[in-house]
Design a protein around this ligand. Structure first.
Ligand code: BGC
Length: 848
């Protein structure tokens, strides 16, 4: 990043041209409402009694101030807490994770993954989604919700892609802002995370991200800036470095951009353990989570030896930073009413919240391909084969700190829901994640591993493969779980683990039929070849894995199962037979996105591609339902009739899936990210760009450069002429829409783009019309850029005049030389359509 200069607001001209419009003159480009322009006077703060806050700060001792800024243990399963200052009536703050539902010790509504919300392209849905999070955080005793996550989907491999909204800055900004309002309207502080450039999990603990200022401002920052404008109370700084400075001690990010430029006056907290030194306070960090370390508390001491810890022990700069930090926490609290909170907790609005979960799951579903096979008709339902583990046991959300535990009985199986609607359903697992107990005859111990332990245990067994092929070993546990190290086959050593990670259950997100936590490791073996499995549960675990301590009350039940090559072939044959006997076959395919790791490939995990190919060969009417958090490759695409992306659909996923499969609802979602056609055809195919270069002894990337610049996501595909599998914004419907009558008018602060959309089909449906700007002669603008969108629901034959306001900011670029937004003069194509590759109306604008 370049050093900051004093900011000036530029006045520039913009001109528009046949549908060509000339835009000229007008105010300086600004996303912010001018009323909120001056630093420290952000929006949502009008009710804040600043004198009262100043009075509280003045009455606090230095130890009380520091005490407010270091994490502590919270109640009800909180991820962390701040203690408050009871002497002055300042309450503590319990914090819960919550991008897709509040994660507490008690159950909560499991919402669809945020990427499904992104696919709705619907700010109203985002407001309702935030409302559920706020309502339940309040009901569960949480004052701070650790979400939304707003890092852009930059690489299709990133483990947390499901937790974020889109690869597009505008979609992210437009959906994150109402979500934050929805949360904070319930008196709960929302947290924008992870600031900034935390776009992958590989090497996230400190990778040095090199990214230029223009790219940050025009892409990654957009969501964060929008939620600051929406009055968000907290920001979480990320684990990584940005241009060789740790994000959590980066003055340019935390002070200049966040506070001085955007007017943020809440508080910045570290990601869990992302504190690097006491200098962070002066750089703009306010709160250290989850615990204060010696480095921070070191400032909180009697430096001058006069027997008392007070301001005289601090440098003027640290004293000022300390007051700023405490003021930030109090301001965020005051903004949502927490300084005067009655402490009363409402009950969870379980039914209403479940209804939002179902609506978002439905509206965010994306119909990627359909030749008319969907929706299924009554005839189809007379004999339908459902295949795949997630048809029976829905994959409701991703892993890591975003994992939510829904109410007992809240999650239905899609197989059962379809049956309850009168369909004749046969289910086959296809991909066998459970296998059968490894027989004693294959084990060095001579007896199966199937026992219960009440104390730590380590057990090593050698398995001998009876035949050649791929063996999947499944470790299936209750209680604290185990780690299974697989050794003895050079080049394929690895591990599976069911131990708790990131404070959540570990292992696969899909439990066994008898409710055990399960995890699998697959290895190719020759006949007679041996592999050694070490199953260990010990109390000396490190990192995100919780110590393993089985007890009499919380025993460890441990079972070792396998799927042999023969069993796998049998399961695939069973799936094909079920499909052959049915009118229609629906294969549910999944992947398991999680914090802490990226995907090794874009393929479906395991043997799912083989299952789909076998089912499609057995039944010409095969449909695929995807439960993935991000794009997957689809080698079978030409052999199946329809593909429906349901994402991780939350606790109401089965109902939503059945509504969509049967045409009770129309799938109106659009892709908020591009689906690549091949591993080597993505914006991050260069290792220096992703995952980054490894410059030291450990096998983790240390430094990377965002060489795509502002051409993130679909922009890169357009810039390089690379064909995706499915384009950004793509999504079909059970009806069809016509576009006509494009008009583009200049507004004082941007453009007003109007056009007519008509439902020309036989059923009601939703459409997301999208407005794109090309680069044309406007230098330094992205190759193509989403400039606005709307979502309309129309009855058959109905038409609507849609008006999309394009903000001046979208006609501007970040000028790194002067550190400000400037209009980008030139003539640019403007198009309107149903997807970035399905543009129906074209015009142009001239910006002067
Ligand atoms: C994650 C954060 C999360 C925090 C607390 C970290 O590992 O990166 O997103 O809020 O843990 O659970």
């Amino acid at each position: 990043m370049t050093p900051h200069r004093t900011r000036r607001r530029l006045r520039a001209g913009v001109a528009i041209a046949a549908t060509a419009v000339v835009v000229a003159g007008g105010a300086a480009p600004a996303l912010a409402d001018p009323a909120h322009g001056s630093p420290g006077q952000g929006p949502g703060q009008h009710g804040v009694d600043r004198q009262r806050i100043a009075g509280l700060v003045a009455r606090m001792t230095v130890p009380e101030k520091f005490g407010m800024l270091g994490g502590t243990t919270g109640a009800n399963g909180a991820a962390g807490a701040l203690p408050g200052v009871p002497r002055l009536g300042v309450p503590g703050l319990d914090m819960a994770d919550g991008p897709s539902g509040v994660r507490a010790a008690e159950p909560a509504t499991a919402l669809p993954a945020p990427i499904a919300l992104g696919a709705t392209f619907d700010p109203d849905a985002a407001g309702a989604y935030g409302g559920v999070l706020g309502q339940e955080a309040d009901a569960l005793g949480m004052e701070v919700l650790l979400g939304p996550m707003m890092n852009l989907v930059r690489t299709p491999y990133a483990g947390r892609n499901f937790e974020t909204l889109s690869e597009d800055p505008l979609v992210t900004a437009e959906l994150a802002a109402p979500q934050v309002s929805g949360i904070q309207d319930h008196g709960v502080i929302a947290t924008a995370k992870h600031f900034a450039a935390n776009n992958q999990e590989l090497g996230r603990q400190g990778i040095d991200v090199h990214v230029d200022d223009k790219t940050l401002h025009e892409t990654e920052f957009a969501g964060f800036e929008a939620v600051v404008q929406a009055g968000i109370g907290a920001v979480m700084c990320s684990y990584n470095q940005v241009d060789s400075v740790q994000a959590c001690e980066n003055a340019e990010l935390l002070t200049e951009v966040l506070r001085e430029d955007w007017g943020f006056d809440g508080f910045v907290m570290t990601d869990w353990g992302a504190f690097h030194g006491a200098g962070a306070l002066e750089a703009g960090l306010d709160v250290e989570m989850p615990r204060p370390t010696a480095a921070f508390t070191d400032l909180n001491r009697d430096a001058n030896g006069d027997g008392v810890v007070d301001t005289a022990d601090l440098t003027p700069s640290v004293a000022a930073a300390l007051d700023r930090a405490v003021t930030g926490v109090l301001t965020a609290m005051a903004e949502v009413g927490l300084l005067d909170d009655s402490g009363e907790q409402p009950a969870r609005a379980t039914e209403a919240n479940a209804a939002v979960a179902r609506q978002v799951a439905t509206d965010g579903a994306v119909l990627l391909q359909n030749d008319g096979t969907l929706p299924l008709g009554e005839d189809d339902l007379e004999g339908v084969a459902l295949v795949g583990p997630t048809a029976q046991t829905p994959l409701i959300g991703g892993g890591g700190s975003a994992r939510v535990t829904p109410d007992t009985g809240a999650v239905d199986s899609t197989v059962e829901v379809l049956r309850a609607r009168g369909a004749d359903v046969r289910w086959a697992t296809g991909e066998d994640l459970e296998g059968v107990l490894v027989p004693g005859s294959a084990l060095s111990t001579g007896a199966p591993v199937d026992a219960t332990y009440t104390a730590p245990v380590t057990q090593t067994v050698t398995v001998t493969a009876p035949t050649a092929g791929a063996y999947s070993f499944h470790v299936q546990t209750t209680g604290p779980g185990v780690r299974m190290d697989v050794e003895g086959v050079p080049g394929t050593d690895g591990e599976a683990s069911t131990q708790r990670r990131f404070g959540a259950a570990g292992g696969s997100l899909i439990p066994t039929a008898d409710g055990r936590t399960n995890d699998t490791y697959t290895v190719d073996l020759a006949a007679g070849q041996q592999v050694t499995l070490t199953l260990s549960c010990d109390s000396a675990q490190a990192g995100p894995v919780a110590a393993c301590q089985p007890t009499v009350e919380q025993p460890l039940a441990l079972r070792l199962a396998w799927t042999t090559p023969e069993l796998r072939a049998q399961r695939i044959a069973e799936a094909a037979a079920a499909a052959a006997a049915a009118r229609t076959a629906v294969v549910f395919a999944y992947n398991e996105g999680t914090e802490g790791e990226d995907r090794p490939s874009l393929g479906l995990p395991g043997f799912q591609d083989e299952v789909i190919a076998a089912v499609a060969a057995a039944n010409p009417h095969t449909v695929v339902v995807l439960n993935t958090g991000d794009p997957v490759l689809m080698p079978w695409l030409d052999d199946v009739r329809a593909v429906l992306q349901m994402w991780y659909p939350g606790q109401e996923g089965a109902e939503a899936t059945v509504d969509l499969l049967t045409g009770v609802a129309d799938p109106g979602g659009k892709l908020p990210e591009t689906y690549p056609a091949a591993e080597d055809a993505t914006p991050v195919s260069d290792p220096a760009n992703y995952p980054g270069l490894d410059t030291d002894a450990d096998p983790v990337p240390d430094v990377q450069t965002y060489t795509e610049g502002t051409d993130v996501g679909y922009r890169w595909y357009a810039a390089t002429g690379t064909e995706p599998l499915f384009a950004f914004g793509h999504g079909l419907s059970y009806t069809s829409f016509d576009y006509s009558g494009l008009e583009v008018r200049r507004r004082h602060d941007g453009l007003r783009v109007s056009f007519t959309v008509q439902n020309t089909g036989d059923v009601a449906g939703s459409e997301v019309p999208q407005v794109y700007l090309g680069r044309g002669s406007a230098v330094d603008t992205p190759t193509v850029q989403l400039a606005g969108f709307d979502r309309v629901t129309l009855e058959p034959g109905e038409e609507a005049r849609v008006t999309v306001e394009v903000d001046e900011r979208l006609l501007s670029v970040w000028d790194a030389a002067t550190d400000q937004w400037v209009r980008a003069p030139g003539t640019r194509p403007l198009s309107v359509g149903a997807a970035s590759d399905d543009l129906r109306l074209t015009g142009s604008i001239t910006v002067r």
